[in-house]
Design a protein. Sequence first.
Length: 235
Amino acid sequence: MTSPPKDPLADLDPFDIFDTEAARLDRYFSRLDDEGWARPSRCAGWSVRDVLGHLAGEELYNHACLDGDIRGFAATLEREGVTGGFNDWCVRRSRGMPVEEVLQEWRRANGETRERMRALGRDAELPTMAGPYPVGLQTFHYDSEYATHADDVGAPVADDEADGRARWRAEVASFVLGEQGSKAQVELTAERVWVHAAGVSAQLPVSVFVEATVGRLPDDHPIDRGLRAVLRCLA
């Protein structure tokens, strides 16, 4: 009898990671002044405040999934005239609100999301726009997004957590590439990531691999353009 394949993410707790990255953002947002909120983020055209607005608005979708009300979510977007630009709508919506109000909205809504996801457990199924999906895997996607946006706004990462943080992000990205049927072959080692796609091979530092998978490499980075495109899976 053949044993089932080992879950490559089994040693990671998606809910603990989600709590950690949400707390990182909260600490950072809590100490910002007007100048800090207005500073540009790594998201083109978005300030740090806009990233918060995106995260707060995104909770509408997260709660629709948890409530099993995807149709209601879609109806809300239709009423608001949102046709494919949900992220930009979230940002525009937040710009008309006091930043402290947006921060409180995000704290409350995200805290509820994290609590409910953990209570469901990683093996439960969650309705999403793409169909039913395991809660644990959906949480890993949230983990990656929160870590990416924390970096986008410059939220500090302590030296003693940087390596472990980069490692779980690389493991999640490698899983997602496989899940999406990517043509990229990926092998994680202790310090580097070997990747091969479209006849091109490269050995990348873990941090560079992570940045490639979330679409945050600078334009002048020497990585092959075709390989860069294949690796992008979490942006």
